[in-house]
Design a protein around this ligand. Structure first.
Ligand code: ARG
Length: 455
């Protein structure tokens, strides 16, 4: 493709280090779309003839069919997807193919292809996140009133509902979707026509190619157009935050499925056995989702390191961008699918959750709140009295709601029988009706709100 300037061929190690075709063949569809838009524009602008354009477009159709059929031979000697397609096009379309690269460089070509690919990846991430939100929402609806222990510091804190817990993840995933949507919107501008780095002397129409490829406008600076990879970094940043969020849910699933908790049973489809211990039901997929977060973070760090300090405009360093993004996208999409399957299929065990919510005096705050509300004590004083009640209950080996009234009266004689109404798990959960609170009525309200949003 550039033989004119050289006398000798490349060193053999160059055949190892320069090709990107092994991975950038994934850009084939985007490369063909970019070439179609570019060829049509060149013809419309009178830069190439109509007949040549028709030959190019027909040739691109043929190349596309060969790739789809698996008949296309990708050649490492041709380095990358751009040269592979152009070379095959020349075989099919003849001399007309040689006109396609007018007013174009592989630098704006790869930037265009990659933006198109990453834009689609944002859409796929959004779809996977939405599907997982639906799965969580179904669990939230089914378990709006299922009581479980709510933890802070991994210590029993206050009773909550499993539905409320599921909805917390629905919220997190909504923000993940927002990050992908923002990134997709920002990256949706066209580098095509920036050529190598400085633009071109041909009378091209960058608005036309931008529009043909679904970009909102052409990028305004040709140097920026070929050298920017922050769109890929944004994708990776959104991906690693999403993966991090998934890892928390994954970690909870690992915990909840342990018999020590027993809150949740994953279906057989999402559980593996042990080669030695016949009783085992391992939450492998959840552990792998948790573990793969490291990989996605690694992808972000790797590309950020490639781009860091890199002078404008294009450098071959940037060829290192694609594998990291492909890996992150494959990983994230796999994790989302696995998580959606696990959450959709899991069976919660309301009895086990309730049993686990009993110990640890999770309604001690309700006792303090009652003393504030009914006896009009300051909260700090009420906190002290309730703390005394917990200590006494612990000594007697009783739950707070089993403590004899006399014991409570010993701490504050004004306490009456009425207090017991607030000391049960159910009363506690049902009382937390503040906006965003865990009361089943609030959870149902939020489920309805999300159902409408996600419809
Ligand atoms: N394979 C290259 C990449 O992935 C395409 C652009 C190459 N441009 C160049 N001047 N070598 O970035």
């Amino acid at each position: 493709m550039w033989g004119g300037r050289f006398e000798a061929g490349p060193a053999s190690v160059m055949e190892e280090i320069t090709p990107s075709i092994d991975f950038d063949k994934r850009l084939a569809a985007q490369d063909i779309a970019g070439s179609r838009a570019h060829a049509a524009m060149l013809a419309d602008q009178g830069i190439i003839g109509k007949a040549d354009c028709a030959a190019i477009l027909a040739g691109l159709d043929a190349v596309e069919k060969e790739i789809a059929a698996g008949d296309f031979v990708f050649r490492r000697a041709l380095e990358d997807i751009h040269l592979n397609i152009e070379s095959r096009l020349a075989e099919i379309a003849g001399p007309a193919a040689g006109r396609l690269h007018t007013a174009r460089s592989r630098n704006d070509q790869v930037a265009t292809d990659f933006r198109l690919w990453v834009r689609e990846a944002c859409g796929r991430a959004d779809g996977g996140l939405a599907a997982l939100q639906h799965a969580l929402l179904a669990q939230a609806e089914a378990h709006a009133a299922t009581i479980m222990p709510g933890f802070t510091h991994m210590q029993p804190a206050q009773p909550i509902t499993f539905g409320h817990h599921c909805l917390a993840y629905v919220e997190m995933l909504a923000r993940d979707r927002g990050r992908f949507a923002d990134a997709a919107r920002r990256m949706n501008e066209s580098p095509l026509g920036a050529a190598a780095l400085a633009g071109t002397s041909f009378p091209i129409d960058r608005e036309a190619t931008a529009k043909a490829l679904g970009f909102s406008h052409p990028m305004r600076n040709s140097l920026d157009a070929v050298s920017a990879r922050d769109f890929a970094l944004e994708y990776l940043a959104a991906a690693v935050i999403a993966a991090t969020n998934l890892s928390r849910l994954a970690g909870e699933l690992v915990q909840w499925t342990s018999p020590a908790f027993g809150f949740v049973r994953l279906s057989d489809a999402f559980t593996t056995g042990s080669s030695i211990m016949p009783q085992k039901r391992n939450p492998d997929a959840a552990e792998l989702v948790r573990g793969k977060t490291g990989r996605v973070l690694g992808d972000f760090v790797a590309l950020a390191t490639v781009v860091k300090g890199l002078a404008l405009a294009y450098g071959s360093d940037l060829q290192e961008d694609k594998e990291r993004v492909f890996d992150a996208a494959d990983t994230l999409e796999l994790c989302l699918a696995a998580m959606q399957g696990m959450v959709g299929d899991l069976t919660a065990d309301p009895e086990a959750m309730r049993r686990a919510a009993e110990p640890g005096y999770p309604t001690a705050t309700d006792l303090a709140d009652w003393i504030v509300r009914v006896l009009k004590k300051p909260f700090r004083a009420a906190h002290h009295i309730a703390g005394g009640a917990v200590r006494r209950a612990e000594e007697l080996g009783l739950r707070l709601d089993q403590l004899p009234l006399a014991e409570l009266k010993a701490l504050d004689p004004a306490i009456t029988e009425d207090v017991f109404a607030v000391l049960t798990l159910d009363a506690s959960v049902h009382s937390r009706t503040s906006f965003g609170g865990t009361a089943p009525s609030r959870v149902r309200e939020q489920v309805a709100w999300w159902r409408e949003r996600l419809a």
